[in-house]
Design a protein around this ligand. Structure first.
Ligand SMILES: Nc1ncnc2c1ncn2[C@@H]1O[C@H](COP(=O)(O)OP(=O)(O)OP(=O)(O)O)[C@@H](O)[C@H]1O
Ligand code: SF4
Ligand SMILES: [Mg+2]
Length: 340
């Protein structure tokens, strides 16, 4: 892994103001993304993944209040950057997004190629011919026939539209590409094709990727490092190898049991009983405490701090010192059933 840091985020918080009260969607999230790496963010639906990256891209609605101690992209402080400069100099050219449900993001009345050409020309002085040539090249990178450039979105399948959006995200050669659930909603074969394509793109370009998904098997296969998110918090961060060989947070231990593709052969599938917190109002204790078979008294009224276990391995749990014992217990079905 390169030591060259592309993105640093420190203590990011996002609150949505709603009639039911403030939604604490992202809580005290800190992480780095290094050059050339895929940083995966995994977590159940509603845990704050899209809010987190939309906060970085400044794409949240006015009801969202964002605070952070630091957001730095390639050494540039983004927090203090005026909106106009951010849009002209950063958005798409240094940091791009393949949004969630990207396949529905293309404008149905414009030809697919023209939409990408337009994005290129909005941020560069390229002529029509140059932008067309670049778009053809991008089509090629994502595995679309360049002669499909003049087609309309409805003439593309879901997987092809998804690839077109990935082409769009590559258009200005950004140092960081964020992909929010790039395979969700596609059938398994198409998912596999898109993932293969993303892997191939990684070989061809030197951008870093933040990959967001609720699919832990996809994250495991694609990422160099992984953050596990729950209730708006990063509960555990580690290299992909450490996360699967020495998972340490009770939530990660539960997730690992629940996903058949990464569990040991023949092992019984165990899911985590209960459901995630609503995030409305302030979370007083550990957000996982109601579902955690290992909770102790103060878990329900104190928020655990982040503890560093190794250079790239950190965990937010009061019982981080008991990990080997918890790991053993978590592999037994009875541990989780006792919560019902
Ligand atoms: N505009 C909004 N106003 C109020 N609350 C919101 C808004 N958008 C999202 N939320 C809430 O913020 C929390 C985080 O939502 P977010 O969409 O970031 O989660 P997610 O992890 O991306 O989920 P999914 O996997 O379903 O995409 C959820 O509780 C959600 O209901
Ligand atoms: S802090 Fe407590 S409730 Fe939270 S994961 Fe650790 S043991 Fe469980
Ligand atoms: Mg989302």
């Amino acid at each position: 892994m390169s030591n060259n840091r592309v993105l640093r985020v420190k203590n990011l918080n996002v609150r949505y103001q709603t009639q039911q009260g403030p939604v604490h969607a992202v809580n005290d999230v800190s992480f780095d993304v290094f050059q050339d790496e895929v940083f995966g963010i995994a977590g159940e639906s509603g845990c704050g993944k899209s809010t987190l990256i939309r906060a970085l891209m400044r794409l949240l609605p006015d009801s969202a209040e964002v605070t952070a101690n630091e957001i730095t992209l390639s050494g540039q402080n983004l927090e203090s950057m005026p909106e106009r400069r951010f849009r002209e100099e950063v958005l798409w050219s240094k940091m791009s997004l393949v949004p969630q449900s990207a396949m529905n993001s293309l404008n149905p009345v414009y030809r697919v190629g023209n939409q990408i050409m337009e994005a290129i020309q909005a941020h560069s002085s390229k002529t029509n011919a140059q932008a067309r040539e670049r778009t053809a090249h991008l089509f090629d990178i994502v595995g679309l026939q360049p002669d499909l450039m003049d087609n309309y979105p409805h003439e593309f399948s879901g997987g092809m539209r998804q690839r077109a959006m990935i082409a769009m995200s590559l258009a200005l050669d950004p140092g960081l590409i964020i992909m929010d659930e790039p395979t969700t909603g596609l059938d398994v074969l198409v998912q596999e094709r898109i993932l293969r394509r993303i892997r191939e793109i990684r070989e061809e370009i030197s951008s870093s990727i933040i990959l967001i998904t609720h699919d832990i098997a996809v994250i495991a296969e694609m990422s160099d490092r992984i953050a596990v998110m729950y209730g708006g918090y990063f509960m555990e961060q580690a290299t992909a190898i450490d996360l699967f060989e020495t998972p340490s947070h009770p939530y990660t231990l539960g997730l690992k049991n629940a996903f058949p593709s990464i569990r040991r052969k023949g092992q019984e599938l165990i899911s985590i009983p209960g459901s995630p917190p609503t995030l409305i109002g302030e979370c007083k204790g550990c957000p996982f405490w109601e579902r955690c078979p290992f909770s102790v008294e103060h878990c329900s009224n104190e928020t655990p701090a982040i503890e560093k276990l190794a250079q790239y391995h950190e965990v937010r749990c009061f019982r981080h010192k008991d990990t080997p014992q918890l790991r053993e217990l978590a592999s037994k079905k009875g541990t989780w059933l006792s919560l019902d």
